[in-house]
Design a protein around this ligand. Structure first.
Ligand code: TMP
Length: 221
């Protein structure tokens, strides 16, 4: 729980898991249901096409990966997140907004921790220093086997592949294991969505889970 008046909902999963499409559709749906209450950000970054330091760091991370050592990469994610938290998440959560966030520090556990071997304790400690209490209230984890995720990415002609998307199958397999660890560690907030299901079902389930969560949340507050 974030401890702020607002609500923080995050989406996580392998590259190619269909997370962003389902999450964006849910954002449109709930923006109509709760006018002026929703805001959306992404991590790394802030808002697509916005010129700010978070988006500049995103560019360095996603398209210059070979130049970054594992530790540089890790701290760039933390740096981008420190700014995202301070400039966007905290002010909106203080105002009582429903914040949709595409990825957050669970990705660091999965990608930099399990994928690259940065110790999990270090990740939790350094990440904790920049969070300012912005713990997710609800996390949707879009789960599917690595083979299917890689196949979907290869077939998606519209997708501009990042350096992470081009990672080896072994790397993505370790990331998948990282997400199993996240699901187990944060059982209270993580809801797993089976992303092998058809798009429509994944989209409907996303809305259903968020709807139930928000209804309970508003009843309690
Ligand atoms: P996406 O915004 O299209 O999902 O791309 C972000 C990429 O960055 C994705 O491959 C996952 C990766 N990533 C990390 O490696 N660590 C992190 O902490 C975050 C937030 C993302």
């Amino acid at each position: 729980m974030s401890g702020y008046p607002g609500v923080l909902i995050t989406a996580e999963g392998l590259d190619g898991s269909g997370k962003t499409t389902a999450f964006d559709n849910a954002f449109e749906y709930f923006s109509k249901k709760y006018p002026n209450m929703l805001v959306r950000f992404r991590d790394p970054g802030s808002i697509k096409n916005l010129e700010d330091i978070c988006e500049e760091i995103r560019e360095m991370l996603l398209y210059h990966r070979k130049e970054n050592s594992n530790w540089t990469e890790f701290y760039l994610f933390v740096a981008s997140r420190a700014q995202l938290v301070d400039k966007y998440l905290v002010p909106n959560l203080k105002e009582g907004k429903i914040v949709f966030l595409d990825r957050f520090y669970d990705s660091t556990i999965a990608f930099q921790g399990f994928g690259n071997g940065i110790p999990i304790d270090t990740i939790l400690y350094d990440n904790g220093n920049v969070l300012q209490g912005t713990e997710p209230d609800l996390t949707l984890l879009y789960d599917l086997p690595v083979d299917i995720a890689l196949k979907r990415m290869a077939e998606d002609k519209n997708k501009k592949l990042t350096d992470f998307d081009k990672g080896t199958k072994d790397f993505h397999q370790r990331v998948w294991e990282g997400y199993q660890y996240v699901a187990d560690k944060y059982q209270d907030r993580v809801k797993i969505i089976d992303s092998t299901k058809p798009k429509k079902e994944v989209g409907d389930l996303t809305i259903k889970i968020i709807e139930e969560f928000l209804e309970n949340y508003f009843k309690a507050h």
